[in-house]
Design a protein around this ligand. Structure first.
Ligand SMILES: [Zn+2]
Length: 157
């Protein structure tokens, strides 16, 4: 992830940090390691389906877009990214794990959750009430993350 995007999330107060100390030898702490975690996007609830947040400039946003983007703009951008994922049938409902599609009789929504981790995910309207149950017990720093998929779409912000 670009540092600029990381800083943007920091500015919005959306970075999680975890501090660990290394081995304690002879009264000296070897090292203090601070790990930061930016918000994720989840294509399903499977650990292998969590992705780094995509970067708007990869999708046609101006290079300086982060200077003026607000959180609402980021929500809008992530929703567009999700719509592409749904179109190629990669996206699942976080609760029932069914593949989502666009012209569906069971409508779904993109949701941004903040506890126990910052994450965008997709969920059917009807499944939302079970969302907390399925988020419980997740540890943000134990969730493996790979880069997000590139979809060939461009937006005019
Ligand atoms: Zn569902």
């Amino acid at each position: 992830m670009r540092n600029e995007l990381l800083s943007w999330f920091a500015r919005e107060g959306l970075l999680l940090t975890s501090t660990t100390t290394g081995a304690y030898t002879d009264g000296v702490d070897d090292e203090i390691k601070v790990v930061v975690k930016a918000p994720l996007v989840a294509l399903s609830r499977a650990d292998s389906d969590f992705r780094e947040c995509p970067d708007p400039i990869d999708f046609g946003y101006p290079v300086d877009c982060l200077d003026y983007m607000l959180l609402d703009d980021m929500h809008q951008f992530v929703l567009s990214w999700f719509e592409q994922a749904v179109q190629v049938r990669m996206a699942h409902c976080f609760v029932c794990n069914k593949v989502l599609d666009l012209g569906e009789e069971h409508p779904w929504d993109a949701v941004f959750v903040s506890d126990p981790l910052y994450c965008w995910l997709l969920v059917h309207f009807d499944c939302k009430r079970y969302l907390n149950r399925d988020l419980r017990g997740r540890h943000p720093f134990e969730t493996g993350v790979t880069s997000s998929e590139y979809f060939d779409f461009h937006l005019d912000p």
